[in-house]
Design a protein around this ligand. Structure first.
Ligand code: APR
Length: 169
């Protein structure tokens, strides 16, 4: 198993030229604000139709659809935990989002995946802990995916990703 190439960038996930981008969705998979809204706007109406067929997604799980008008061929929808203090399994559920998204990628022969900072917006998950969970989970994943790109929308998140990547834990 080759080691995953893990990188961080600051930008808009809807513009990433990778096989799959990950959406930080809610359990209905019927769209929302934040990155969910941006991905649906960029992919077009067909994405919502495809999501309707999936019948929702539990927290920590992942489901794939086509990318439609996005540069990425696939969208992997995952549902992050809402932060409620850290004592209700939120860290483990966030790790599951990264792990299950990579497993779904492997099932589809996907080789490059871009992730947003899942749960760190509306769901209130602390940014530094989320960045550490993202990096550690991807690094320890047993996956055929060759490139994982952590896409920060804002500068603060980008700094947190850089710090987490520099800590060779
Ligand atoms: N590209 C990359 N990252 C983005 C983009 C974008 N175009 N737009 C927003 N983000 C970032 C936010 O800045 C944040 O760092 O995505 C991260 C996750 O924030 P949210 O989109 O609020 O997602 P989350 O915290 O997981 O909350 C999910 O919000 O939009 C609804 O339907 C969604 O109910 C669900 C909830």
């Amino acid at each position: 198993m080759a080691e995953v190439r893990l990188e961080a960038t600051q930008g808009d996930i809807t513009r990433q030229r990778v096989d799959a981008i990950v959406n930080a969705a809610n359990s209905s998979l019927l769209g929302g604000g934040g990155v969910d809204g941006a991905i649906h706007r960029a992919a077009g109406r067909e994405l919502l139709e495809a999501c309707r067929q999936l019948g929702g997604c539990p927290t920590g799980e992942a489901r794939a659809t086509a990318g439609f008008r996005l540069p990425a061929r696939w969208v992997i929808h995952t549902v992050g935990p809402v932060w409620s203090g850290g004592k209700r399994g939120e860290p483990e559920l966030l790790a599951s989002c990264y792990r299950r998204s990579l497993e779904v990628a492997d099932e589809l022969g996907i080789r490059s995946v871009a992730f947003p900072a899942i749960s760190t917006g509306a769901y209130g998950f602390p940014g530094q802990l989320a960045a550490e969970i993202a990096v550690n989970t991807v690094r320890s994943a047993n996956t055929e995916v060759e490139l994982v790109r952590l896409v920060a929308f804002d500068a603060e998140t980008f700094v947190l990703y850089r710090k987490a990547l520099d800590n060779r834990s």
